[in-house]
Ligand binder design. Structure first.
Ligand SMILES: Cc1cc2nc3c(=O)[nH]c(=O)nc-3n(C[C@H](O)[C@H](O)[C@H](O)COP(=O)(O)OP(=O)(O)OC[C@H]3O[C@@H](n4cnc5c(N)ncnc54)[C@H](O)[C@@H]3O)c2cc1C
Length: 424
Protein backbone atom coordinates (compact mmCIF):
# COMPACT_ATOMS: atom_id res chain seq x y z
CA UNK A 1 0.00 0.00 0.00
CA UNK A 2 1.48 3.32 -0.98
CA UNK A 3 0.16 6.81 -1.09
CA UNK A 4 1.10 10.46 -1.41
CA UNK A 5 0.15 11.42 2.14
CA UNK A 6 -0.15 9.29 5.28
CA UNK A 7 -1.84 11.02 8.18
CA UNK A 8 -1.06 9.62 11.61
CA UNK A 9 -4.16 10.13 13.74
CA UNK A 10 -7.74 10.51 12.56
CA UNK A 11 -8.73 13.12 15.15
CA UNK A 12 -9.67 16.75 14.60
CA UNK A 13 -6.48 17.97 12.92
CA UNK A 14 -5.78 14.71 11.06
CA UNK A 15 -9.21 14.52 9.41
CA UNK A 16 -9.02 18.12 8.18
CA UNK A 17 -5.45 17.58 6.94
CA UNK A 18 -6.52 14.43 5.10
CA UNK A 19 -9.53 16.10 3.47
CA UNK A 20 -7.47 19.11 2.41
CA UNK A 21 -4.71 16.95 0.91
CA UNK A 22 -7.16 14.63 -0.88
CA UNK A 23 -9.15 17.52 -2.34
CA UNK A 24 -5.85 18.89 -3.69
CA UNK A 25 -5.42 15.67 -5.64
CA UNK A 26 -3.24 13.56 -3.34
CA UNK A 27 -3.92 9.94 -2.44
CA UNK A 28 -4.34 9.89 1.33
CA UNK A 29 -4.43 7.23 4.05
CA UNK A 30 -5.35 8.01 7.67
CA UNK A 31 -3.99 5.60 10.27
CA UNK A 32 -6.02 5.78 13.48
CA UNK A 33 -5.32 3.64 16.52
CA UNK A 34 -8.92 3.81 17.81
CA UNK A 35 -11.66 1.66 16.31
CA UNK A 36 -13.11 4.67 14.53
CA UNK A 37 -11.84 8.01 13.30
CA UNK A 38 -13.06 11.23 14.88
CA UNK A 39 -13.83 9.77 18.31
CA UNK A 40 -11.83 12.47 20.08
CA UNK A 41 -14.25 15.07 18.68
CA UNK A 42 -17.28 13.41 20.31
CA UNK A 43 -16.18 14.24 23.86
CA UNK A 44 -15.55 17.91 23.20
CA UNK A 45 -17.64 20.71 24.66
CA UNK A 46 -19.53 18.24 26.90
CA UNK A 47 -20.68 16.41 23.79
CA UNK A 48 -21.68 19.65 22.04
CA UNK A 49 -18.28 20.52 20.51
CA UNK A 50 -17.31 24.12 21.02
CA UNK A 51 -15.50 24.03 17.68
CA UNK A 52 -14.29 27.64 17.43
CA UNK A 53 -14.49 31.07 18.99
CA UNK A 54 -15.56 34.33 17.39
CA UNK A 55 -12.31 35.83 18.70
CA UNK A 56 -9.73 33.30 17.55
CA UNK A 57 -6.89 35.31 19.03
CA UNK A 58 -3.39 33.74 18.94
CA UNK A 59 -2.69 35.32 22.34
CA UNK A 60 -5.07 32.79 23.90
CA UNK A 61 -2.58 30.04 22.92
CA UNK A 62 1.02 29.53 23.90
CA UNK A 63 3.60 30.57 21.28
CA UNK A 64 1.27 33.23 19.77
CA UNK A 65 3.84 34.30 17.15
CA UNK A 66 3.99 30.77 15.73
CA UNK A 67 0.21 30.35 15.90
CA UNK A 68 -0.31 33.68 14.15
CA UNK A 69 2.18 32.79 11.42
CA UNK A 70 0.43 29.46 10.82
CA UNK A 71 -3.15 30.67 11.06
CA UNK A 72 -2.81 33.97 9.21
CA UNK A 73 -5.16 36.95 9.35
CA UNK A 74 -8.32 35.06 8.34
CA UNK A 75 -8.16 32.20 10.78
CA UNK A 76 -11.83 32.16 11.77
CA UNK A 77 -13.06 32.82 8.21
CA UNK A 78 -10.97 29.90 6.94
CA UNK A 79 -12.34 27.55 9.61
CA UNK A 80 -15.94 28.63 9.01
CA UNK A 81 -15.57 28.38 5.22
CA UNK A 82 -14.25 24.84 5.62
CA UNK A 83 -17.17 23.79 7.80
CA UNK A 84 -19.77 25.61 5.71
CA UNK A 85 -18.50 23.68 2.70
CA UNK A 86 -18.73 20.49 4.75
CA UNK A 87 -22.43 21.10 5.34
CA UNK A 88 -22.21 22.23 8.97
CA UNK A 89 -24.17 25.18 10.30
CA UNK A 90 -23.53 26.68 13.70
CA UNK A 91 -24.82 28.83 16.51
CA UNK A 92 -23.06 31.23 18.85
CA UNK A 93 -23.27 31.18 22.64
CA UNK A 94 -21.36 34.12 24.11
CA UNK A 95 -18.23 34.04 22.01
CA UNK A 96 -18.28 30.26 21.46
CA UNK A 97 -19.34 28.47 18.34
CA UNK A 98 -21.23 25.18 18.46
CA UNK A 99 -22.84 23.13 15.71
CA UNK A 100 -26.48 24.16 15.21
CA UNK A 101 -27.50 20.67 16.39
CA UNK A 102 -25.47 21.17 19.61
CA UNK A 103 -24.14 17.68 18.92
CA UNK A 104 -20.44 16.95 18.55
CA UNK A 105 -21.38 14.03 16.32
CA UNK A 106 -22.54 16.56 13.70
CA UNK A 107 -18.98 17.89 13.45
CA UNK A 108 -17.44 14.43 13.37
CA UNK A 109 -19.94 13.14 10.80
CA UNK A 110 -19.55 15.98 8.31
CA UNK A 111 -15.78 15.43 8.43
CA UNK A 112 -16.06 11.67 7.87
CA UNK A 113 -18.50 12.15 5.00
CA UNK A 114 -16.32 14.75 3.33
CA UNK A 115 -13.21 12.58 3.82
CA UNK A 116 -14.89 9.61 2.14
CA UNK A 117 -16.19 11.80 -0.67
CA UNK A 118 -12.65 13.07 -1.26
CA UNK A 119 -11.38 9.49 -1.51
CA UNK A 120 -9.45 9.43 1.79
CA UNK A 121 -8.73 5.87 2.95
CA UNK A 122 -9.65 5.77 6.63
CA UNK A 123 -7.76 2.98 8.37
CA UNK A 124 -8.92 2.72 11.99
CA UNK A 125 -7.55 0.26 14.56
CA UNK A 126 -4.05 0.81 13.26
CA UNK A 127 -1.48 2.27 15.55
CA UNK A 128 1.61 3.72 14.01
CA UNK A 129 4.68 2.65 15.93
CA UNK A 130 7.52 4.26 14.03
CA UNK A 131 8.48 6.28 11.01
CA UNK A 132 11.70 5.87 9.13
CA UNK A 133 13.31 7.81 6.35
CA UNK A 134 14.78 5.80 3.50
CA UNK A 135 17.12 8.43 2.10
CA UNK A 136 16.91 11.10 -0.59
CA UNK A 137 19.09 9.23 -3.07
CA UNK A 138 16.21 6.77 -3.58
CA UNK A 139 13.67 9.47 -4.28
CA UNK A 140 13.72 8.87 -8.02
CA UNK A 141 12.92 5.22 -7.57
CA UNK A 142 9.42 5.96 -6.37
CA UNK A 143 6.96 5.81 -9.24
CA UNK A 144 3.47 7.21 -9.15
CA UNK A 145 1.76 5.99 -6.01
CA UNK A 146 -0.82 4.03 -7.97
CA UNK A 147 1.96 1.98 -9.59
CA UNK A 148 3.69 1.12 -6.39
CA UNK A 149 4.96 -2.42 -6.09
CA UNK A 150 4.62 -3.78 -2.53
CA UNK A 151 7.73 -5.92 -2.96
CA UNK A 152 9.79 -2.72 -3.26
CA UNK A 153 8.63 -1.25 0.03
CA UNK A 154 12.17 -1.03 1.38
CA UNK A 155 13.13 1.24 -1.52
CA UNK A 156 10.60 3.89 -0.83
CA UNK A 157 12.03 7.25 0.03
CA UNK A 158 9.79 8.98 2.46
CA UNK A 159 8.04 8.08 5.71
CA UNK A 160 7.59 4.38 6.20
CA UNK A 161 5.11 3.35 8.80
CA UNK A 162 5.35 0.10 10.72
CA UNK A 163 1.83 -0.65 11.80
CA UNK A 164 0.77 -3.26 14.30
CA UNK A 165 -2.86 -4.15 14.06
CA UNK A 166 -5.22 -6.46 15.86
CA UNK A 167 -8.93 -6.82 15.23
CA UNK A 168 -11.40 -5.97 18.00
CA UNK A 169 -11.75 -9.69 18.84
CA UNK A 170 -8.02 -9.91 19.34
CA UNK A 171 -7.05 -11.75 16.16
CA UNK A 172 -3.82 -10.55 14.68
CA UNK A 173 -4.07 -9.25 11.14
CA UNK A 174 -1.27 -8.93 8.63
CA UNK A 175 0.64 -5.75 9.42
CA UNK A 176 -0.17 -2.86 7.21
CA UNK A 177 2.94 -0.96 6.26
CA UNK A 178 2.01 1.96 4.10
CA UNK A 179 4.84 3.78 2.42
CA UNK A 180 4.23 7.33 1.67
CA UNK A 181 5.82 10.32 -0.01
CA UNK A 182 4.84 12.48 2.93
CA UNK A 183 3.73 11.89 6.51
CA UNK A 184 1.58 14.21 8.60
CA UNK A 185 1.86 13.71 12.35
CA UNK A 186 -1.57 14.45 13.81
CA UNK A 187 -1.47 12.13 16.80
CA UNK A 188 -2.69 14.77 19.29
CA UNK A 189 -1.49 14.65 22.88
CA UNK A 190 -0.73 10.89 22.71
CA UNK A 191 2.87 9.76 22.98
CA UNK A 192 4.55 10.28 19.63
CA UNK A 193 5.50 7.26 17.51
CA UNK A 194 9.16 6.33 17.40
CA UNK A 195 10.83 8.86 15.17
CA UNK A 196 13.99 6.82 14.72
CA UNK A 197 17.04 8.86 13.83
CA UNK A 198 15.04 11.84 12.61
CA UNK A 199 16.53 13.83 15.47
CA UNK A 200 13.40 15.83 16.27
CA UNK A 201 13.24 17.91 19.44
CA UNK A 202 10.22 17.24 21.64
CA UNK A 203 9.32 19.56 24.50
CA UNK A 204 8.12 18.06 27.80
CA UNK A 205 4.48 17.10 27.78
CA UNK A 206 2.30 18.35 30.61
CA UNK A 207 -1.48 17.98 30.88
CA UNK A 208 -3.32 21.31 31.08
CA UNK A 209 -6.96 22.45 31.11
CA UNK A 210 -7.71 20.54 34.27
CA UNK A 211 -8.74 21.45 37.85
CA UNK A 212 -6.45 23.28 40.26
CA UNK A 213 -5.50 21.80 43.61
CA UNK A 214 -5.23 24.46 46.31
CA UNK A 215 -3.85 24.49 49.82
CA UNK A 216 -6.32 22.94 52.27
CA UNK A 217 -8.58 25.66 53.60
CA UNK A 218 -12.09 26.16 55.03
CA UNK A 219 -13.27 26.56 51.41
CA UNK A 220 -13.41 22.76 51.35
CA UNK A 221 -16.86 23.19 52.85
CA UNK A 222 -18.05 24.69 49.56
CA UNK A 223 -17.50 21.43 47.67
CA UNK A 224 -19.97 21.33 44.78
CA UNK A 225 -21.02 25.02 44.92
CA UNK A 226 -20.61 27.25 41.90
CA UNK A 227 -19.98 30.99 41.70
CA UNK A 228 -19.54 33.56 38.95
CA UNK A 229 -16.30 35.30 39.77
CA UNK A 230 -13.48 37.40 38.48
CA UNK A 231 -10.25 35.48 39.13
CA UNK A 232 -6.89 37.17 39.48
CA UNK A 233 -3.60 35.27 39.33
CA UNK A 234 -0.43 36.52 41.03
CA UNK A 235 2.69 34.46 40.39
CA UNK A 236 4.75 33.53 43.46
CA UNK A 237 7.21 36.30 44.27
CA UNK A 238 5.55 38.80 41.98
CA UNK A 239 3.97 41.94 43.47
CA UNK A 240 1.43 42.33 40.66
CA UNK A 241 -1.23 40.06 39.18
CA UNK A 242 -0.29 38.63 35.81
CA UNK A 243 -3.68 37.47 34.55
CA UNK A 244 -7.38 37.80 35.26
CA UNK A 245 -10.52 36.30 33.79
CA UNK A 246 -14.22 36.22 34.51
CA UNK A 247 -16.29 33.07 34.59
CA UNK A 248 -17.75 30.31 36.69
CA UNK A 249 -15.80 28.30 39.24
CA UNK A 250 -16.86 25.06 40.82
CA UNK A 251 -15.52 24.70 44.37
CA UNK A 252 -14.20 21.22 45.04
CA UNK A 253 -12.78 19.53 48.11
CA UNK A 254 -9.30 19.81 46.59
CA UNK A 255 -9.56 23.33 45.13
CA UNK A 256 -11.42 24.64 42.10
CA UNK A 257 -12.69 23.24 38.84
CA UNK A 258 -14.70 24.51 35.86
CA UNK A 259 -13.68 26.38 32.75
CA UNK A 260 -12.08 29.26 34.63
CA UNK A 261 -9.96 26.87 36.71
CA UNK A 262 -9.00 25.01 33.51
CA UNK A 263 -7.74 28.25 31.97
CA UNK A 264 -5.88 29.00 35.20
CA UNK A 265 -4.21 25.58 34.99
CA UNK A 266 -2.35 26.79 31.86
CA UNK A 267 -0.80 29.62 33.86
CA UNK A 268 -0.69 28.79 37.58
CA UNK A 269 1.92 26.73 39.40
CA UNK A 270 2.78 25.76 42.93
CA UNK A 271 2.90 28.73 45.28
CA UNK A 272 0.92 31.09 43.04
CA UNK A 273 -1.99 33.03 44.50
CA UNK A 274 -5.47 33.03 42.97
CA UNK A 275 -7.89 35.63 44.29
CA UNK A 276 -11.58 35.34 43.53
CA UNK A 277 -13.84 38.35 43.40
CA UNK A 278 -17.15 36.70 44.23
CA UNK A 279 -19.08 39.89 43.46
CA UNK A 280 -17.44 41.17 40.29
CA UNK A 281 -20.46 43.27 39.33
CA UNK A 282 -20.42 45.24 42.57
CA UNK A 283 -17.83 47.80 43.60
CA UNK A 284 -16.18 47.52 47.01
CA UNK A 285 -18.12 50.48 48.35
CA UNK A 286 -21.42 48.88 47.38
CA UNK A 287 -20.48 45.59 49.05
CA UNK A 288 -19.44 47.51 52.17
CA UNK A 289 -22.80 49.31 52.11
CA UNK A 290 -24.60 45.95 51.97
CA UNK A 291 -22.44 44.43 54.69
CA UNK A 292 -22.48 47.33 57.07
CA UNK A 293 -25.04 49.99 56.11
CA UNK A 294 -24.59 51.96 59.32
CA UNK A 295 -20.77 51.77 59.16
CA UNK A 296 -20.66 50.37 62.67
CA UNK A 297 -17.90 47.89 61.85
CA UNK A 298 -20.05 44.76 62.24
CA UNK A 299 -22.28 42.94 59.82
CA UNK A 300 -25.64 41.28 60.27
CA UNK A 301 -25.89 37.56 59.45
CA UNK A 302 -27.34 37.15 55.98
CA UNK A 303 -26.33 40.64 54.86
CA UNK A 304 -24.91 39.31 51.57
CA UNK A 305 -27.57 36.66 50.95
CA UNK A 306 -29.21 38.85 48.33
CA UNK A 307 -26.11 38.90 46.16
CA UNK A 308 -24.25 35.66 46.99
CA UNK A 309 -25.16 31.99 47.25
CA UNK A 310 -26.28 32.02 50.93
CA UNK A 311 -24.18 28.94 51.65
CA UNK A 312 -21.08 30.75 50.43
CA UNK A 313 -22.14 33.92 52.28
CA UNK A 314 -22.50 31.96 55.52
CA UNK A 315 -18.97 30.58 55.24
CA UNK A 316 -17.54 34.01 54.48
CA UNK A 317 -19.26 35.43 57.54
CA UNK A 318 -17.65 32.79 59.73
CA UNK A 319 -14.23 33.29 58.16
CA UNK A 320 -14.56 37.06 58.55
CA UNK A 321 -15.25 36.69 62.26
CA UNK A 322 -12.19 34.43 62.55
CA UNK A 323 -10.11 36.82 60.40
CA UNK A 324 -9.18 33.82 58.26
CA UNK A 325 -6.59 34.71 55.67
CA UNK A 326 -7.78 38.27 55.52
CA UNK A 327 -4.31 39.19 56.60
CA UNK A 328 -2.65 37.42 53.68
CA UNK A 329 1.08 38.26 53.61
CA UNK A 330 1.53 41.70 52.19
CA UNK A 331 -2.01 42.79 53.03
CA UNK A 332 -3.21 44.90 55.88
CA UNK A 333 -5.37 43.19 58.45
CA UNK A 334 -8.97 44.22 58.04
CA UNK A 335 -9.74 46.74 60.79
CA UNK A 336 -13.30 45.52 61.37
CA UNK A 337 -15.37 42.38 60.89
CA UNK A 338 -17.38 44.10 58.17
CA UNK A 339 -14.17 45.07 56.35
CA UNK A 340 -12.98 41.47 56.63
CA UNK A 341 -16.22 40.22 55.09
CA UNK A 342 -15.91 42.69 52.23
CA UNK A 343 -12.27 41.65 51.70
CA UNK A 344 -13.23 37.98 51.54
CA UNK A 345 -16.10 38.60 49.14
CA UNK A 346 -13.94 40.72 46.85
CA UNK A 347 -10.57 38.91 47.15
CA UNK A 348 -11.03 35.36 48.38
CA UNK A 349 -7.49 33.92 48.44
CA UNK A 350 -6.47 30.43 47.29
CA UNK A 351 -2.91 29.20 47.32
CA UNK A 352 -2.21 26.94 44.36
CA UNK A 353 -0.58 23.58 44.97
CA UNK A 354 -0.69 22.38 41.37
CA UNK A 355 -2.97 20.78 38.80
CA UNK A 356 -5.07 17.72 39.57
CA UNK A 357 -7.23 15.09 37.80
CA UNK A 358 -4.67 15.37 35.02
CA UNK A 359 -5.79 12.06 33.47
CA UNK A 360 -8.91 13.93 32.36
CA UNK A 361 -7.07 17.04 31.16
CA UNK A 362 -8.43 18.42 27.90
CA UNK A 363 -5.10 19.25 26.31
CA UNK A 364 -1.43 18.38 26.57
CA UNK A 365 1.15 21.14 26.53
CA UNK A 366 4.44 20.25 24.88
CA UNK A 367 5.15 18.04 21.90
CA UNK A 368 7.16 18.53 18.73
CA UNK A 369 9.10 21.77 19.23
CA UNK A 370 7.50 24.40 16.99
CA UNK A 371 10.76 25.98 15.84
CA UNK A 372 11.52 22.89 13.73
CA UNK A 373 8.51 23.52 11.51
CA UNK A 374 7.98 26.14 8.82
CA UNK A 375 4.85 28.03 9.93
CA UNK A 376 3.79 28.62 6.33
CA UNK A 377 3.61 24.89 5.53
CA UNK A 378 4.11 23.06 8.84
CA UNK A 379 6.82 21.05 7.08
CA UNK A 380 9.80 20.06 9.17
CA UNK A 381 12.85 22.14 8.19
CA UNK A 382 15.15 19.10 8.45
CA UNK A 383 12.76 16.62 6.77
CA UNK A 384 10.60 18.39 4.20
CA UNK A 385 8.42 15.30 3.70
CA UNK A 386 7.35 15.33 7.35
CA UNK A 387 4.54 17.61 8.53
CA UNK A 388 2.77 18.09 11.86
CA UNK A 389 -0.46 19.69 13.00
CA UNK A 390 -2.80 20.00 15.97
CA UNK A 391 -1.78 19.05 19.45
CA UNK A 392 1.19 16.98 18.24
CA UNK A 393 2.95 20.36 18.05
CA UNK A 394 3.74 22.36 21.18
CA UNK A 395 0.56 24.45 21.02
CA UNK A 396 -2.22 24.59 23.59
CA UNK A 397 -4.93 27.15 24.18
CA UNK A 398 -7.60 28.27 26.60
CA UNK A 399 -11.05 26.74 26.80
CA UNK A 400 -13.55 28.26 24.40
CA UNK A 401 -12.81 26.70 21.01
CA UNK A 402 -9.17 27.79 20.68
CA UNK A 403 -7.76 24.26 20.70
CA UNK A 404 -10.08 22.94 18.04
CA UNK A 405 -9.66 26.21 16.14
CA UNK A 406 -5.94 25.46 16.08
CA UNK A 407 -6.49 21.79 15.14
CA UNK A 408 -8.66 22.66 12.11
CA UNK A 409 -6.48 25.45 10.73
CA UNK A 410 -3.14 23.74 11.30
CA UNK A 411 -4.63 20.63 9.65
CA UNK A 412 -5.56 22.69 6.59
CA UNK A 413 -2.07 24.18 6.35
CA UNK A 414 -0.27 20.84 6.75
CA UNK A 415 -2.67 18.99 4.40
CA UNK A 416 -2.34 21.54 1.60
CA UNK A 417 1.44 21.70 1.88
CA UNK A 418 1.89 17.92 2.08
CA UNK A 419 -0.19 17.47 -1.07
CA UNK A 420 1.87 20.14 -2.87
CA UNK A 421 5.11 18.46 -1.84
CA UNK A 422 3.93 14.95 -2.71
CA UNK A 423 2.57 15.93 -6.11
CA UNK A 424 5.43 18.19 -7.12
C1 LIG B 1 -13.02 16.11 27.27
C2 LIG B 1 -12.46 17.10 26.28
C3 LIG B 1 -13.24 18.16 25.88
C4 LIG B 1 -12.72 19.09 24.99
N1 LIG B 1 -13.51 20.11 24.57
C5 LIG B 1 -13.03 21.01 23.68
C6 LIG B 1 -13.86 22.03 23.15
O1 LIG B 1 -15.08 22.09 23.41
N2 LIG B 1 -13.30 22.96 22.32
C7 LIG B 1 -11.98 22.90 21.96
O2 LIG B 1 -11.52 23.75 21.20
N3 LIG B 1 -11.18 21.91 22.39
C8 LIG B 1 -11.68 20.97 23.22
N4 LIG B 1 -10.87 19.94 23.65
C9 LIG B 1 -9.50 19.85 23.11
C10 LIG B 1 -9.55 19.25 21.69
O3 LIG B 1 -10.31 18.06 21.70
C11 LIG B 1 -8.14 18.97 21.19
O4 LIG B 1 -7.39 20.15 21.24
C12 LIG B 1 -8.17 18.49 19.74
O5 LIG B 1 -8.94 17.32 19.62
C13 LIG B 1 -6.75 18.23 19.24
O6 LIG B 1 -6.85 17.73 17.93
P1 LIG B 1 -5.72 16.73 17.37
O7 LIG B 1 -6.23 16.23 16.09
O8 LIG B 1 -4.41 17.35 17.46
O9 LIG B 1 -5.74 15.53 18.44
P2 LIG B 1 -6.89 14.46 18.65
O10 LIG B 1 -8.21 15.03 18.28
O11 LIG B 1 -6.70 13.95 20.03
O12 LIG B 1 -6.57 13.34 17.60
C14 LIG B 1 -5.40 12.56 17.66
C15 LIG B 1 -5.76 11.20 17.09
O13 LIG B 1 -4.56 10.47 16.89
C16 LIG B 1 -4.76 9.14 17.30
N5 LIG B 1 -3.44 8.58 17.59
C17 LIG B 1 -2.58 8.93 18.56
N6 LIG B 1 -1.43 8.25 18.45
C18 LIG B 1 -1.56 7.47 17.37
C19 LIG B 1 -0.70 6.52 16.73
N7 LIG B 1 0.53 6.27 17.18
N8 LIG B 1 -1.14 5.85 15.61
C20 LIG B 1 -2.40 6.11 15.12
N9 LIG B 1 -3.25 6.99 15.71
C21 LIG B 1 -2.83 7.66 16.80
C22 LIG B 1 -5.68 9.27 18.50
O14 LIG B 1 -6.37 8.07 18.77
C23 LIG B 1 -6.61 10.39 18.06
O15 LIG B 1 -7.75 9.92 17.36
C24 LIG B 1 -11.38 18.98 24.51
C25 LIG B 1 -10.61 17.89 24.92
C26 LIG B 1 -11.15 16.95 25.79
C27 LIG B 1 -10.30 15.78 26.20
Amino acid sequence: MACDVTVIGGGAAGLVAAITAAEAGASVVVLERELACGRSILATGNGRCNFANVHLDPRRLNDPAFVEAVCGPHWLDDVLAFFRQSGLRWCIEGDRLYPMSRQASSVRNVLLTRARRAGVVLAPARELRSISWMGPERLGELGPATHWDPSRSEMLPAGMAEVAHTTPDGNPEPPLSPCSRTVILASGGAPLPRLGDLGLAVTRRVPVLCPLACEPSPLIELDGRRAHVQARLTKAGSPLPSWHERGEVLFRSYGISGILAFDLSRRAGEGDLVELDLLPDLGRAEVRQLADPLAGGNFEPGCLDGVLDPLIARLLERLARESWHVGWPGRDLAPTCAEALVALAKTLPLLVVGTTETDRAQVTRGGLANGQFDPKTLACHAHPWLFACGEALDVDGDCGGYNLGWAWKSGMVAGAAAARWALS
